[in-house]
Design a protein around this ligand. Structure first.
Ligand SMILES: [Zn+2]
Length: 144
């Protein structure tokens, strides 16, 4: 097709936590898709700014975007299948974020200036079948 020297970089997805962004990158790299995490440096210096800069963005080349998206969707389905509602046993669940109460003066001040979304979140799962919301203990994922 030509014109490969003029590669466009697109934002594939944005994550509000470091771990999810790194898992996504790890999966994509494993599938042979090169990607970049934007705002990673900002986050490492001051994690509280995550939402202020719109989360950690996963960037891919335009020509890889569709394939990359399909891979992330597949991973999402697999993660979903791995979660079982403790109440009704359904796999029809989704990970949702619940804002956490301010823990210290810094997050309290950040909340004051940036609103609720600047605060770290607790990850909960919502069951679409019975409406139950539950927290699961996520094991340390050493994706190396
Ligand atoms: Zn349920």
């Amino acid at each position: 097709m030509g014109g490969s020297h003029n590669t466009e970089i697109l934002i594939l997805n944005a994550y509000n936590n470091y771990v999810d962004a790194h898992i996504a990158r790890g999966v994509l790299e494993e599938e042979g898709i090169h990607c970049w995490l934007q705002d990673e440096n900002t986050l490492t210096i001051d994690p509280i700014l995550t939402n202020a800069v719109g989360g950690i963005k996963v960037m891919v080349r335009k020509e890889d975007a569709q394939k990359a998206w399909d891979i992330l969707e597949r991973i999402k389905q697999e993660q979903k299948a791995a979660v079982t509602c403790p109440k009704c046993g359904s796999h029809n669940t989704e990970k949702v974020s619940t804002p956490r109460k301010p823990m210290n003066w810094l997050s309290a001040i950040t909340t004051f200036f940036l609103g609720e979304y600047a605060i770290a979140v607790d990850m909960m799962h919502h069951c679409f079948d019975c409406g139950h919301e539950f927290k699961i203990t996520e094991e340390e994922n050493n994706v190396e």
